[in-house]
Design a protein around this ligand. Structure first.
Ligand code: NDP
Ligand code: GDR
Length: 321
């Protein structure tokens, strides 16, 4: 039985990845931060099958101990301060977790179990300002937020450990991926939740920032499969994972409101405080390499994704959760 160690298990991707690895017969160990109130919403249904280890990406001793306990064949580093907007509010904290946290985990692996394979959750936010469209593994980086800069550090330190210590370390440069388990502050979940509440008469309007930003939005359930595939190859490499389609926030709004028979322009109000100090205007990924080498593909279209999220919010609210 293969053993996997996952950080970020309570988040969107951690929960889908854990489901996938359980279905592949893995024994799963997961890092969990101490918290006065545990947030288990995304993993409630699989918690009994996961071995939790207490620790934090910023605390090297806890990571060393975790790797000693788990003795993993594969490590998936999904933990991060992952909200771009918050990274301007907490730039130091963001870099401590999202950048230096990667080195902490790599060091723990190097010291305790250097043959473990390592996946780093890199991000299309590293491309930032448009230099080239579509964006590939060869596109130069130009991050536009403390989060993007931190992810770029994590990306390069992962490459550095591969080249310095001959470790099997790789990064997936994942474009935005969403699902009903998405964090509430991200624009897709915020819109889906508001659409459901407006439809049910419990919310009046929806304050948003920049509606012209364009993202390459896919379904998270598809994207965790790519993470796993990257660790099953003969040699470690980095891959762009994307749908190859881009849509504006306006288009997301249009599909989401239309799904419940409403017009978004009647409900959305612009809140200038939600604009970012520096914006990433356009993301569009080319994942030819992943398709060819990993055999990876998407299974959910943009419209299906939006509708899945709105339907899920309607069910949750109507069910009282
Ligand atoms: P989430 O924000 O949903 O989850 C983040 C996870 O990290 C949570 O489990 C959180 O735990 C954990 N975490 C945060 N800080 C620490 C810490 N100091 N020590 C240990 N654990 C910590 O993220 P997603 O699931 O959406 O994304 C997974 C990863 O992929 C992230 O690294 C993100 O930056 C990256 N990424 C995401 C993309 C996307 O579109 N979703 C695209 C590209 C990259 P807790 O519950 O305790 O807060
Ligand atoms: P992003 O996701 O920054 O792309 O990072 P987010 O959903 O936060 O923003 C997408 C775009 O929508 C615009 N926007 C708003 N965003 C939020 N959150 N709230 C609003 O009210 C709002 N109004 C407009 C934003 O300006 C932006 O252009 C996500 C995260 O998952 C990262 O961790 C990941 O690395 C990248 O995707 C790829």
């Amino acid at each position: 039985m293969k053993k996997a160690f996952i950080t970020g298990i309570t988040g969107q991707d951690g929960s889908y990845l854990a489901e996938l690895l359980l279905s592949e017969g893995y024994e799963i160990y997961a890092l969990r931060r101490r918290s006065s109130v545990q947030k288990n919403e995304n993993i409630e249904h699989i918690m009994s099958r996961i071995k939790f280890i207490s620790g934090d990406l910023m605390d090297l001793p806890s990571l060393i101990e975790a790797i000693k306990i788990a003795k993993p064949d594969e490590v998936y580093n999904l933990a991060a301060q992952s909200f771009v907007g918050e990274s301007w509010v907490q730039p130091i904290y963001t870099s401590q977790v999202t950048a230096l946290g990667v080195t902490n985990l790599l060091e723990a692996i190097r010291l305790v179990k250097p043959d473990a394979r390592f996946y780093q959750a890199s991000s299309s936010e590293m491309f930032g300002k448009v230099v080239e469209i579509p964006q590939t593994e060869k596109t130069p980086f130009y991050p536009r937020s403390p989060y993007g800069v931190s992810k770029l550090y994590g990306h390069w330190i992962t490459i550095n450990y591969r080249e310095s210590f001959n470790m099997y370390t790789c990064s997936g440069i994942l474009f935005n991926h969403e699902s009903p388990r998405r964090g509430h502050e991200f624009v897709t979940r915020k819109i889906a939740n508001a659409v459901a509440k407006i439809k049910l008469g419990i919310q009046k309007d929806l304050p948003l920032g920049n509606l012209d930003a364009k993202r390459d939005w896919g379904f998270a359930g598809d994207y965790v499969k790519a993470m796993w595939l990257m660790l099953q190859q003969d040699k470690p490499e980095d891959y762009v994972i994307a749908t190859g389609e881009t849509h504006s926030v306006k288009e997301f709004l249009s599909v989401a409101f239309r799904h419940v028979g409403l017009n978004w322009e009647d409900y959305v109000v612009i809140d200038p405080t939600l604009y970012r100090p520096a914006e990433v205007n356009l993301l569009l990924g080319d994942c030819k390499k992943a398709k060819q080498e990993l055999g990876w593909q998407t299974t959910v279209s943009f419209e299906q994704l939006v509708e899945m999220m709105v339907e899920s919010e309607l069910r949750k609210i109507e069910g009282g959760s």
